[in-house]
Ligand binder design. Sequence first.
Ligand SMILES: Cc1cc2nc3c(=O)[nH]c(=O)nc-3n(C[C@H](O)[C@H](O)[C@H](O)COP(=O)(O)OP(=O)(O)OC[C@H]3O[C@@H](n4cnc5c(N)ncnc54)[C@H](O)[C@@H]3O)c2cc1C
Length: 300
Amino acid sequence: MRKFTYLVPKTLDEAISLYQSYGERAKYIAGGTDVLVKIKEGKLAPDYLISLKHIISQDRPFLNHETGELYVGAFVTHRMIETSPLVQAHYPILYDAVKNIGSVQIRNVATIGGNLVNAVPSADGAIPLITLDGKANIYGAKGQRSVDLLRFFLGPGQCDLERGEILTEVVVPRLLPRTGSAYIKHGRREAMELPMLGVGVLLSLEADMETCAKAGISLGVAAPTPIRALQAEKHLVGKTINEETLAEAGKIAGEESKVRDSIRGVAWYRREMVAVLVTRMGMKALERASRNAEVGMGNK
Ligand SMILES: Cc1cc2nc3c(=O)[nH]c(=O)nc-3n(C[C@H](O)[C@H](O)[C@H](O)COP(=O)(O)OP(=O)(O)OC[C@H]3O[C@@H](n4cnc5c(N)ncnc54)[C@H](O)[C@@H]3O)c2cc1C
């Protein structure tokens, strides 16, 4: 493996300044599960790896009790998210997604920030956070900025980061009451596998516990970037949520997807699977919302 110098800055500003000093010869590294594989395969050849893992000591997703916002730090590992009681209780869509990323060994070191910045269409961390209307907070030489996570993804392997900018966290707005959510990664097997599709559904119900107040439907590996099936979401709002209305929304989502034939599966099959999985995840989200009707915040 090619030799490189490993730098360990203690602050964001120090990391950015190192990046500016070394330019093209430097690369940020968090958990390293993508970067090191690429170096080994000869796809990357940095002279300097700038570690981001020692900058912020925040070790778990946390809730701002005043605003109801969930903060997920970019340097948080998938395992920290998976084992978070807060995530398990109220953001099961995120739990569903991270619990099947790689293996426990991978999840112990791989970060959610690395997963998002990598920006592959199959990134499991992206779909739940997009469905939850997450915003990406970004820090760079020009200061702090924030973008909708949906707009953060520009193309396969491309995201909205300027040279040297660092993704610092994702902020999820307060959940509506009576919310349920679910995610599925569809492939030949659940773990250690590139998915054929990733589908996330979030439903918030009116007080009657059957009318849809808000819907979120996101699809991964269904287009060059993760997408929201906006027409399908619109179809559900104001309607009674049941298998029939969810199947209608699933069909619309399939039509909104931009799936194509690939080694992972042929387009018609993947389109049909979008419909099936939106229905299935919708029913799961509905059940979770109903189970949690008495709990103010969201899903349990
Ligand atoms: C065996 C194996 C199985 C895997 N299985 C899955 C899977 O099931 N699902 C899945 O989605 N992924 C999977 N992955 C991919 C990978 O583990 C994840 O994408 C992981 O979350 C990447 O995080 P990391 O911290 O290791 O990123 P790194 O490798 O450290 O970095 C990835 C990229 O992001 C940049 N970067 C990292 N953090 C930041 C930041 N905060 N700001 C700016 N730039 C940053 C780096 O410069 C680099 O370009 C797998 C990988 C392996 C090796």
